[in-house]
Ligand binder design. Structure first.
Ligand SMILES: [Ca+2]
Length: 264
């Protein structure tokens, strides 16, 4: 009996490890919903006011504003099949609502995998997020895994547009850190950076790890992440623009941590 229990426990442990391996780390990179938020031209957007605030009409306007259209069910499913996983219901084509689930979880998708489909909504005034499709995706935001890259505000070096929300998610190899270096910086200035701002999060999302909000024309100092992930959020309001920003991120390998410490 005891042997059987041990066998069962080992079997279960095996399943858990397999699951962790499949979902957690791939090529030394931690995968989760945030990193895979944009795939096959499909991406998820929420209102500037927060989650579940867009009527069908407003959802269409969000996609159109960025040069795209509402994603169709097939586009959403195609993206899902290559790993697009978002735990938020949004409008897509023809007034349908749902969200793509790759990995089942207790808090998301009712344990199901696939497009969790709320169907065609009769009431188009219901408020959800939105799934857009734009194969020529805009330069604003995205997921970045290169070891080194220059990121800039939309339209740079021209002035950035109004009403922007951009998320850049940087994820490098497990064990690496990310060093940010600002090259140019000019964002509409106000006392608390309430109009336009760039925020840094030492985290995989913009919920935890807040590390600073910046505006004005003073170059922010270099920033080094704690782990292998970082999020940058750029938000602009409906009036007054400025030159925008350009920054470079560079991967710092574990064996460089000590070198950097002794050389500075
Ligand atoms: Ca502004």
């Amino acid at each position: 009996m005891i042997a059987l229990h041990i066998l069962a426990a080992l079997f279960f442990l095996g399943l858990v490890l397999k699951e962790t391996q499949a979902w957690g780390y791939k090529n030394g990179i931690l995968h989760n919903s945030i990193w895979l938020e944009q795939a096959a031209g499909v991406y998820h957007r929420e209102s500037r006011k927060g989650r579940y605030q867009l009527t069908y009409k407003e959802a269409k306007a969000v996609c159109k504003f960025e040069g795209g259209t509402l994603a169709t069910y097939d586009q959403l499913e195609a993206a899902r099949q290559i790993g697009f996983h978002v735990c938020s219901a949004g409008w897509f084509d023809k007034g349908r609502v749902g969200y793509p689930i790759v990995k089942s979880g207790a808090n998301c998708g009712f344990g199901r995998i696939g497009i969790v489909d709320y169907g065609y909504r009769l009431n188009k005034s219901e408020r959800w997020d939105v799934y857009c499709y734009n194969p020529n995706s805009k330069e604003c935001g995205g997921v970045h895994t290169d070891q080194q890259k220059i990121l800039q505000s939309p339209g740079y070096p021209d002035e950035y547009p109004d009403e922007q929300i951009c998320y850049w998610h940087i994820r490098l190899r497990y064990g690496q850190k990310i060093r940010l270096r600002f090259l140019d910086f000019d964002i509409e200035d106000d006392t608390d950076c309430l109009s336009d701002f760039l925020e840094i999060y030492d985290s995989y999302d913009d919920i935890s790890g807040f590390a600073g909000r910046f505006c004005g024309d003073e170059l922010p100092e270099d920033f080094i992440s704690t782990g292998n992930v970082m999020t940058l959020k750029f938000l602009t309001d409906s009036s007054v623009s400025a030159g925008g920003f350009q920054l470079e991120y560079i991967a710092v390998d574990p064996d460089q941590f000590s070198t950097n410490n002794t050389s500075t």
